[in-house]
Design a protein around this ligand. Structure first.
Ligand code: HSE
Length: 315
């Protein structure tokens, strides 16, 4: 552990795919390259200043309304320091995309603050602080995006009370292809439309798939991973918010995807694939369908990113 106090840090936290089809609020993985960057500078006086928020979206710089401000304040209060912080956030992910936009901001804030003040918190505490951001953004303190955004890789939340998160190894050739149709789906809304109760026979099918997916990841059994990527509970409700959802996923499966699902609360749609070549074919299949549907979109092809939040520059 490095306990040195720093004046300034610059950190990055990646985008992520949460739920991964059958694992609502439990499973998630980090993706490469896309994410949020944050510069944090210690001030000699208390308080949090959000100097700027740049990039896509139109987020407040009021520290009581901005995720980064709320997390930084909570961390400073816990540390009981008579110091403050000045923050500059660069968004790489559009809010409401289903790619863990609020989670990336939350994760990068918790991580950067910890680095700035000499690493006083554990990784689990950083996840707990980052969950405050999810609570502010969506009304729910879920950890399935912030866990991979901080810890990297593929993660599972075994329990929320108490918080218990573990990492799942991923097969070498596992790739994901994600299409982000450029419409906004607010997580709060897409949580509010979910049914509050699940029939036992449906729950049995769902937790069978969660077990299959985790076992498939551990044993590099791509067929088992594919067979397990079915969501009987959330997808039937949320897919209505995504134009062309079934056409997009059908085309991806025809192109060789192991399976598909809604990324987080949507509108992004992800697929898991064996090998980079197949992942690129799936990107073409998504593209072909999105063009036919007249949807503006972005596409990402990525390995499951090993690294979560990290320092990218020390000043
Ligand atoms: N598990 C969350 C949801 C992820 O699906 O609502 C989105 O933040």
């Amino acid at each position: 552990m490095n306990n040195e106090l720093k004046k300034k840090v610059k950190a990055f936290a990646p985008a992520s795919v949460a739920n991964v089809s059958c694992g609502f609020d439990v499973l998630g993985f980090a993706i490469d390259k896309v994410g949020d960057t944050l510069q944090a500078e210690a001030t000699s006086y208390p308080g949090v200043i959000i100097e700027s928020v740049t990039g896509p979206g139109n987020l407040s710089t009021d520290p009581d309304k901005n995720i980064c401000g709320v997390i930084a304040k909570a961390m400073l209060a816990k540390l009981d320091l008579h110091q403050g912080v000045r923050i500059r956030l660069t968004k790489g992910i559009l809010p409401g995309s289903g790619l863990g936009s609020s989670a990336a901001s939350s994760a990068v804030t918790a991580f950067a603050m910890n680095e700035l003040f000499g690493n006083p918190f554990t990784e689990k505490q950083l996840v707990e602080f980052a969950m405050l951001g999810e609570k502010l953004a969506s009304g729910s303190a879920h950890a399935d995006n912030v866990a991979p955004a901080i810890m990297g890789g593929f993660t599972a939340v075994r329990s929320y009370e108490p918080l218990d998160i573990f990492k799942i190894p991923v097969p070498n050739e596992l790739y994901c292809t994600v299409i982000h149709p450029k419409i906004e789906v607010r997580t709060e809304l897409s949580r509010n439309i979910l049914k509050k109760q699940v029939e036992l026979k449906t729950a049995i099918k769902q937790w069978g798939n969660v077990a299959g997916l985790v076992a498939g990841l551990y044993s590099s059994n791509y067929d088992l991973i594919g067979r397990s990527l079915t969501d009987y509970i959330i997808e039937p409700v949320r897919s209505r918010l995504i134009p062309g959802y079934f056409e997009l996923t059908q085309n991806a499966l025809l192109a060789g995807a192991l399976g598909c699902g809604i990324s987080g609360s949507g509108p992004s749609v992800f697929s898991l694939c064996k090998g980079h070549e197949t992942a690129k074919k799936v990107a073409d299949a998504f593209t072909e369908k999105a063009v036919l549907l007249g949807l503006p979109f972005d596409i990402y092809v990525s390995k499951i990113a090993e690294k979560g939040a990290r320092i990218i520059d020390n000043e």
